[in-house]
Design a protein around this ligand. Structure first.
Ligand code: SF4
Length: 220
């Protein structure tokens, strides 16, 4: 623990939100930025980034006023961006949920094109995945690159991720032309609610959490 480089995850001040109050910790890199560096960060936003930022802020503000579930937020965000054609990149294990999602999106006026993870029916051996774990050469590969390529070809304007495995989602996001947003994440142990692993720390559930066995400091 002594060698860790402290960063925002080690800070509980929230001082960067109101820097004039001087609550940033000594290791705060934000407080150490020069005026030029700060200006450079601001200037890095492209026109698309700025539109995405504005739409995201408007959705968050509306959610604060009215209360929106995540799916409503995605629809509101897409409308504000002028996105009509939405892609769904889903895990095959979430096919039923993806179908219902598509029905809802279509009911609300969106065009939906979905690509499931085994698209292409390519075998692990064919794409050269090293053997190991679940990646048997003769098994059909999870194919996030093909999901992205097909959605790119379909011209989707916003790609909605549903349940892609950790890492497969990384490949998908690397290759998606359209901006991506996550609707559902897969957690095989926690009913697709991964944050439960950390929100239960300090609760009775913590007693059987295996995530913090080596650090009792978070125990209440
Ligand atoms: S930027 Fe500074 S004040 Fe903000 S969370 Fe990071 S360390 Fe804390």
């Amino acid at each position: 623990m002594t060698d860790i480089q402290r960063s925002c995850i080690d800070c509980a001040t929230g001082g960067c939100k109101s820097p004039e109050q001087g609550r940033q910790p000594v290791f705060c890199e934000s407080a150490a930025l020069s005026a030029e560096e700060r200006a450079g960060l601001a200037a890095a936003y492209t026109d698309l980034d700025l539109r995405l930022e504005q739409a995201a802020n408007e959705v968050a503000a509306r959610c604060g006023r009215e209360g929106l579930c995540r799916l409503e937020e995605i629809m509101d965000f897409a409308r504000r961006m002028g996105f009509r054609k939405l892609g769904i990149a889903n895990c095959g294990a979430m096919q039923a949920e993806a179908l219902t999602t598509a029905k809802i999106l279509r009911l609300h006026g969106f065009e939906v094109f979905g690509v499931s993870c085994k698209f292409g029916s390519v075998k692990n051996g064919e794409i050269g995945v090293p053997e190991g774990g679940m990646a048997k050469p003769e098994a059909t590969a999870c194919n996030p690159l093909a999901q992205a390529a097909r959605l790119n070809e379909a011209g989707t304007e916003l790609n909605v991720i549903m349940g892609l495995c950790v890492g497969h989602d990384s490949i998908f996001m690397r290759h998606s032309d359209a901006p991506c947003t996550t609707f559902a994440v897969k957690d095989r142990m926690l009913a697709d609610n991964p944050v439960a692993a950390v929100r239960t720390c300090g609760t009775a559930a913590y007693r059987w959490s295996r995530l913090l066995r080596e650090d009792e400091s978070l125990s209440v």
